[in-house]
Design a binder for this molecule. Sequence first.
Ligand SMILES: O=C(O)COP(=O)(O)O
Ligand SMILES: [Mg+2]
Length: 233
Amino acid sequence: MTLTDDPIAGLPIAFDLDGTLVDTAPDLVRALNASVKPCGLSEVRVDDVRAMVGRGARALIERAFARQNVEAGLSEIDHCLTRFLEVYRDQIAVDSRPFANVEAVLDRLATRGARLSVCTNKPQTLAQALLDQLKMSDRFERIIGADSGIAKKPDPAHLFAAFGGTPTLGVLVGDSEPDALAARAAGAICLLFEGGYSEKPVRTLGADRLFKQYDEFETVLTEAVSARLSAKA
Ligand SMILES: O=C(O)COP(=O)(O)O
Ligand SMILES: [Mg+2]
């Protein structure tokens, strides 16, 4: 197959970050506990954090209080958020690592001419810092965080910003509900990783395809793109 026959060539593919490209839960939980335990919450476990990430840093703090049925006022949440961001910024890539085979898949997609970007509800500076420390930033045309001046997922505008426009066909690879909703609203193909972080069962989120591991990613992507192209034809 030549590059021009390959439907992946030139295709914009945006990746979610937490729980999709990188397993960030160990560093997130350390910073979360440093911020909420002084406010009276008990230790949040790393497995619980996996069901709490996806809607941004403030939502993570709010969910920590809600899951322990502790009421918190706006100023308490603000205080915890500030502390969380300080601790997390300093220790953002201590234990966080890309999921198995992610880098090999990104290499292959780049070779096939896909246009790769990141669309994350993490704050921009943190997304950039994490990807810089993991030496992954250069793989992406664009990294668009939640506070980059555009709306955040599930708003499709966030995804269009990552794509760099409104392509006839684009793909969002994610792990949770805001990803599925943004992709649907943008008319993009949605591929969801079952090994990521989601409050709801991933199979209920209406993705075009699911994948359990990155070694099946290219097959799943090809199937989803072919299905969409033949539906349009
Ligand atoms: O910070 C979050 O809550 C989630 O970030 P994500 O969009 O990369 O999953
Ligand atoms: Mg995610």
